[in-house]
Write a protein of this length. Sequence first.
Length: 481
Amino acid sequence: MGSTSNHGAEGVGRRELIKRSAALGVVAAPGMGLLSACASSGGGGQKKDKAGKKTAKNPLGVNETAKMEFVLFDGGFGKEYAQDAVKIYQKDFPKATVKFSATQKIQSTLQPRFNQGNPPDLIDNSGAEQMDMGVLVGKNQLADLTPLLDAPSYDDPSKKVRDTLRPGIVEMGQFDGNPVWIMYYAYTVYGVWYSQKALDSLDAQYPKTWDEMLQVCAKAKKKGMAGWTYAGKYPYYIPFSLYPMIGKVGGREVLDAIDNLEPNAWKHPAVKACFEAYYELYKKGYVLKGTPGLDHIQSQTAWAKGEALFIPNGSWVENESANVIPKDFNLAVSAPSGIDSSDKLPFGTIWASGGEPFIVPAKAANPEGGMEQLRIMLSEASSKNFTAKVKSLTAYNGGTSGITLTPGLNSGVAALKLAGSNVVNPRLQDWYVQLQKEKIGVAGLGEMMAGRLTPAEAIKKIQGFADEAAKDTSIKHYKHQ
């Protein structure tokens, strides 16, 4: 999701995933339309530009005079980082025309163009109107990015692009076998975000167990501060901390079973324990009053103003909320609290993965140009520019030297170091977007956290949604390899 938020979002978008993921508008109606609309290959399609000659300076063989169209999700990461990268493309290919645009309405803007066979050359497919990745891949709508990954990196011809990326980025872009359909550009740390200043004012440490979490929330309540808030209108933000908690309590195999749509995966004791823990926040009055009616910006603003201590989110939140976070806030992120010492994985287990998914459509007129723009963005200079401007890491494995890290970014790097190999990466938000957002998020978790479903009822409902998706022959199914 990556940045799947309005970032953010999907920062993830957020950014999302997923965002992120997450920025946002109404998901339900457009989501249904996508399943059928993207299923058709549309008209005859646009004419492909003739590829250029491959050279050391042009390893992908970009046609130097062809137009290149780039559509960016206009979220919390802003447009400047992409515009800066476009300027480099224009410098490298001065005879080319580049059309750059940014929108929050990715699906409604681009879905008709996919159907007509004339999509842009590069798309940042993020936000609440994110096109369903599973559908796009399943219907052969995307170009395989392997040529980009096997091309020499922009900085060092002796290294392939794939050799410069953070662990897991290539695998995230794969759905079935070797082709890589998506390049997740941002690297998002998901978890529980808070003000270290506020925590210190309670004379409290970040809670490692749920009993400790409830104690901290009780302290906050006595001081007139809610323990938690979240994006009530978009409750698929809740999994940003809930899913890694489930993985910590039951082991990553529980998350894999959920991703694989296995029968009774949601009925695992770890899921039950974590759902009951979160429901306890509601039952004890530790959730900010009115949260179910707040969108992501409103909940983040209330949190930044000190009305709530904790919020589940992705690392895009620092940039997305920069205008409301006080200078002395001392933003921090932590891996989720566990249940107790019986948890399968240690404290520090966190969800971190690629966010801000970039795609090159299979019917793009200039796919080489779209991939070259990504190759530029995956250079050290472009990566540093992104990190410095939007307070988030990129898929490029580095790009932080010489940059003064912001509090949230510094905390995210520390959280990744603490996690070590205990990093989980649930795939529902990119394999089954509609299931994750509308059904599990809104109809399941959102209803439970608003007190309209008990944990047992929410689990039964969500398992039903997962079973429906598993039996639905109209969608392509994916499994962990």
